[in-house]
Design a binder for this molecule. Structure first.
Ligand code: MN
Length: 177
């Protein structure tokens, strides 16, 4: 497997891209992953008005937020697929961030929380969810204000880079708004 962004890199890449004297984004800490999970895992979707509007989709896993930039936003109808480009892991505290990243900084523009809540994978533990991501297929359920029900992230096989994924809305009985 080639160099994959956001895998086993902790927050080094995240911090390397940002000047925390200038941006109000959190520097963050990597939370140590407890052997037995003591809290529900968070998800957040941030609407990011950068040079191109996109939606940052983040799933808490093993002490960081695994992150994808979704240009067209998350799909709401079963069977619809949206490109999701994996980016560097973000600190868990980034999930509360809203504000304006200053001009000239990485990702300059306004960030607003579009949806948030908890998620669970069909895997039984965080390490099996990590393996599912490593293998390129993660199926999961979102419990948000807007998004509820089943989604999947599937790595694109014939993409030029291995950070191209599809975010897919799966069939379920829920209705997202
Ligand atoms: Mn972004």
């Amino acid at each position: 497997m080639g160099q994959s962004m956001g895998q086993n890199m902790g927050l080094t890449e995240y911090r390397g891209k940002r000047d925390f004297k200038v941006t109000s984004e959190p520097r963050g800490t990597k939370r140590s992953a407890p052997s037995a999970r003591s809290h529900d895992l968070r998800f957040v979707i941030q609407e990011h008005h950068a040079s191109h509007l996109h939606y940052d989709f983040r799933l808490e896993l093993e002490g960081v937020l695994k992150s994808w930039a979704v240009p067209k936003g998350p799909p709401l109808k079963p069977g619809v697929k949206r490109l999701a480009v994996q980016v560097e892991d973000h600190p868990v505290s980034y999930g509360s961030f809203e504000g304006t990243i200053p001009e000239g900084e990485y990702g300059a523009g306004t960030v607003r929380i579009w949806d948030e809540g908890t998620w669970n994978s069909n895997s039984s533990s965080e390490s099996s969810a990590r393996n599912a991501l490593k293998n390129g297929v993660l199926k999961f359920e979102l419990h948000g204000r807007r998004l509820r029900g089943q989604w999947a992230l599937v790595r694109m096989k014939r993409a030029k880079t291995d950070n191209a994924w599809l975010l897919i809305k799966e069939k379920d009985g829920e209705k997202s708004t």
